[in-house]
Design a protein around this ligand. Sequence first.
Ligand code: SF4
Length: 81
Amino acid sequence: MFLLYMKKSEEKVRELKGANMDIDLLPNIKITWHQDKCPWNIAKNTNEHKCAVKNVSICKYFRGIKKPDVVLCAYSTESKE
Ligand code: SF4
């Protein structure tokens, strides 16, 4: 276990631009892990907003992903649409 930790701490991670992502925080019964809901969808009582739609768009409030699967979201109730 200790060796595995040491190996991970020495791991070099690249930052690569231009990922073509498909990311959302929509309710999905097929997902077995905890998933927060999109605050914009909650505020508007809809499921139309997605963080990133492959080949199409990225939400204006999307600020990236934090390891391993956390969406960094800038939406607030004061956000202009
Ligand atoms: S970035 Fe935020 S506001 Fe935009 S779709 Fe994702 S969770 Fe919703």
